[in-house]
Design a protein around this ligand. Structure first.
Ligand code: GCB
Length: 690
């Protein structure tokens, strides 16, 4: 390992070698550097950093841990030159100067301080738009117990994270939002340990997601950091599932250093279960036991205390049991029809800017979903912290969890695929015991292409292999061009019949109908929109994002030469006669619809609460009119930060489609949706099974 070599050299010798190398071999050094840094002969040496363990270390809250949350030292490094062992990074990897003679350009004792967990963008005004490299440092004081193993565990860090412990590069993770850990026992020393973490939230064409998203790419150590102590022989993870017959609980326990034939015990005292199983040659124990648990349901979020023991370790969790499946166009929870009365969210707290990171943040956010009458949340567009599913389990909310494959990504790049698979795998391994989670979603609004199909097919297969007990979906796009053309034709029928439409616009509508000849529709004749994205074949639920009442008018009005006002007014009438359907005999879910509204702005026209409420009225009518639609998650519960949303005075870098604003104030549309969710659309599904 190159860095280890550096450590063995004296500081002076190492410096001399690099200065000579810089003079003699600039191109060799440059080629080893990051692409943006290739112009400097002083680039940091290329350091090979191991990937973290692909197996998620689960049950961290049930193990002996030292929290590394709190105040860390923090250096912003826009040139990304501070790798330990590099010219600027300082030969002394700790970067805490031994005395006033030592030249160190990265000096932690005088650095500013940052709170962990928490993104850096919202902790410092000057870093609000920052998307690049930063360094975190803190001391870890510990006396390692003999025979125990110590894992550094990160709940998630965005986006590329390089971890150095006592100068040793110990782990590099690409991809934000998912947990990763590394066994650092052999690098830890008794007493003070120096933990340095580089996090870089720069995104590009090959990252997952890419640099352009409609949410804030909050960077840094956004989630909990823990030092987890475990015995050498014990449990890495375990999965408990209610079998499809709902009469057995089955699962597997993954162990470490437990020899073949070693025992595993599963105890669920409230169900009188005390089961023993044996570990196979791979360290895995599979088991199945008769059980008749009270079933978890959003109206009855029953959880059981579970204890699993193997080797020298016992872990505990609270786990709910339920089944989820589809039959034809129906969704069945515990064998009974259910409709997903949902809402989409981003992982932002109410009343504070930044990424949510605590259990309390999630409790407040999800309580607002409950207050809406929702039984379901689409946790868009990336994995949230582990607290999200834990809270959903406790309060009774079904969850859609998603990986950030968003719009177009580098479908043909194998590294991009590897990152996407890693994120999905870590998310599933972390949350497969959460009864609330019923859907793994592999993508959002990805335009059709053959490489996209191959890429997503890989992920869908992965999800099914890792967890056959849940449904797989993806938020699809329709054929927008065809849709808008068909919709325009229908709007023309409404337009000609309406006196308050200006005469010249009526003439335009008439011309459209004349051109259509016998294909010209009549007012109220109904219109069926069919989703035929071939990805629908591979998923269990055909989910669809549509923006009737919002974006569509913007496309149609200029294309046909009438005002947006006219199109929007006609659209509200037309939407009552639309039937959303799919070319596949599967349930449909409207994964998004919505409209922007500035909190408190009343009156007519876009951005008003009144307009947003009208969109919700028309949308809910449309959905009630669409028998195949069994679920919906309008966009979105709360206004959220988005660099894409610049409109001064209205957006100011927030997407305004929230039903509540950033401080939790409810807009008019909140009440429209709450009424809908207390009505027959939700209850009819449940009653149909009685
Ligand atoms: C979408 C995207 C979502 C955006 C939303 C919008 O279709 O999936 O990420 O934020 O539209 O507001 O336009």
């Amino acid at each position: 390992m190159l860095s280890a070599l550096y450590h063995q050299l004296s500081k002076a010798a190492a410096a001399l070698i690099v200065l000579l190398a810089a003079a003699v071999l600039p191109t060799a050094i440059a080629s080893a550097a990051d692409e943006d840094e290739e112009s400097t002969p002083f680039a940091a040496p290329e350091v090979k950093i191991p990937a973290p363990d692909p197996n998620v270390l689960a049950f961290v809250d049930a193990r002996a841990t030292t929290s590394l949350n709190g105040t860390w030292n923090f250096i912003v490094d826009p040139m990304n030159m501070g790798t330990p062992g590099g010219f600027f990074g300082g030969w002394a990897t700790t970067r805490i100067p031994v005395d006033e003679w030592q030249l160190l350009e990265y000096n932690y004792p005088n650095a500013r301080q940052i709170r962990v967990p928490g993104d850096f963008n919202t902790q410092f005004d000057d870093l609000f738009f920052y998307r690049d490299s930063v360094w975190y440092q803190r001391d870890v004081d510990i006396t390692p117990a003999p025979g125990q193993r110590y894992h550094l565990w990160f709940g998630g860090a965005n986006y590329t994270t390089k971890v150095f412990l006592n100068g040793e590069p110990v782990a590099e993770q690409k991809g934000g939002y998912v947990p990763f850990s590394v066994d650092v026992t052999d690098v830890l020393v008794a007493g003070r340990n120096d933990l340095v973490v580089n996090v870089n939230n720069r995104l590009g064409a090959d990252t997952v997601p890419t640099g352009r998203t409609d949410w804030w790419p909050y960077g840094g150590l956004t989630r909990d950091v823990l030092l987890v102590e475990v015995p050498a022989a014990g449990i890495t993870n375990a999965k408990l599932t209610l079998a499809s017959d709902r009469r057995h609980i089955e699962g597997e326990v993954t162990t470490r250093n437990v020899p073949k034939g070693g025992g595993v015990a599963i105890k669920i005292p409230e169900l009188n279960i005390s089961h023993k199983a044996k570990v196979d040659a791979n360290g895995v124990a599979k088991w199945r036991v008769a059980a008749k648990p009270e079933l978890w349901h959003p109206n009855n979020p029953k959880l059981y205390d579970v204890t699993i023991s193997a080797g020298d370790e016992s872990v505990e969790d609270r786990i709910g049991f339920r089944t989820i499946e589809t039959r034809g166009q129906t969704i069945l929870l515990n064998g009974e029809p259910i409709r997903f009365a949902g809402i989409s969210t981003h992982e932002e707290p109410i009343g504070r800017d930044g990424a949510a990171y605590s259990r309390a943040d999630m409790e407040v956010l999800f309580a607002e979903a409950k207050a809406l009458g929702a039984n379901f949340v689409r946790a868009a567009h990336y994995p949230y912290s582990r607290h999200a599913a834990e809270v959903a389990d406790e309060i009774g909310l079904l969850l859609w969890e998603e990986v950030p494959i968003y719009w177009n990504i580098a479908w043909e790049n194998p590294e991009t695929l590897a990152i996407a698979r890693d994120q999905l795998s870590r998310l599933i391994q972390r949350d497969w015991n959460r009864a609330s989670v019923v859907i793994w979603s592999v993508a959002n609004e990805t335009p059709y292409s053959k490489p996209r199909m191959a890429f997503l097919e890989n992920l869908i297969e992965d999800a099914r292999a890792a967890d056959p007990s849940r449904l797989v979906s993806a938020a699809l796009l329709g054929d927008t061009r065809r849709e808008l053309k068909d919709v325009a034709l229908h709007l023309a029928a409404y337009g000609v019949a309406q006196d308050d439409v200006p005469a010249e616009e009526r003439a335009i509508f008439q011309a459209i109908l004349d051109r259509a000849g016998s294909a010209a529709p009549e007012v109220g004749s109904g219109f069926t929109l069919v989703i035929d994205d071939p990805l629908g074949e591979l998923v269990d639920i055909v989910s669809y994002n549509e923006y009737f009442g919002w974006y569509y008018a913007r496309g149609i009005a200029p294309a046909i030469g009438v005002s947006e006002k006219t199109v929007r007014q006609l659209m509200f009438q037309f939407m009552h006669h639309v039937n959303l359907s799919a070319d596949f005999d599967k349930p449909m879910h409207i994964s998004e619809f919505g409209a922007g509204a500035k909190s408190g702005k009343r009156g007519e026209g876009v951005w008003t609460e009144d307009y947003q409420a009208r969109v919700y009225e028309a949308q809910t009518a449309m959905i009630a009119n669409s028998p195949q639609v069994q679920g919906m998650t309008p966009w979105i519960l709360k206004d959220f930060r988005a660099m894409l949303r610049t409109l001064p005075g209205i957006q100011d870098y927030r997407n305004r489609k929230g039903l509540i604003d950033e401080n939790g104030r409810r807009k008019q549309a909140f009440y429209v949706l709450r009424d809908f969710y207390s009505g027959p659309w939700v209850t009819a599904a449940e009653e149909s099974s009685r």
